[in-house]
Design a protein around this ligand. Structure first.
Ligand SMILES: [Zn+2]
Length: 106
């Protein structure tokens, strides 16, 4: 598997773990870039599965990816307007209320 495939499959696995807890995200969502604690947890679980079964660390694959490939990925959903926030945008995350707000909604 290429680094991109590892990251993509690990995200797909994280999406399944996350769905198992009753949360849905869109296809292609990047858990490795997420700020949300439960999403980060889903990513970590998927990483553990990768390390156990395939002896690869998806976090290594993430750091090997070009910045260009990761920059435009979705990292959060704005609580105010509901749109997806991309990795190259400024946004505000409030860990106390577990709320992300895009630049316009802050
Ligand atoms: Zn917004």
């Amino acid at each position: 598997m290429t680094d991109l495939e590892i990251v993509s499959k690990c995200n797909a696995l994280a999406k399944l773990f996350y769905a198992g807890r009753g949360y849905a995200v869109e296809d292609g969502y990047r858990f490795d870039l997420a700020h949300h604690p439960q999403e980060q947890e889903a990513w970590d679980m998927a990483c553990m599965a990768f390390e156990l079964l395939l002896e690869v660390d998806p976090n290594d694959a993430v750091s090997n990816l070009d910045d260009d490939e990761t920059e435009k990925e979705v990292v959060a959903r704005c609580e105010g307007c509901g749109r997806n926030i991309r990795a190259d945008e400024d946004y505000d995350y409030d860990p106390e209320d577990d709320i992300s707000l895009c630049e316009q909604c802050q």
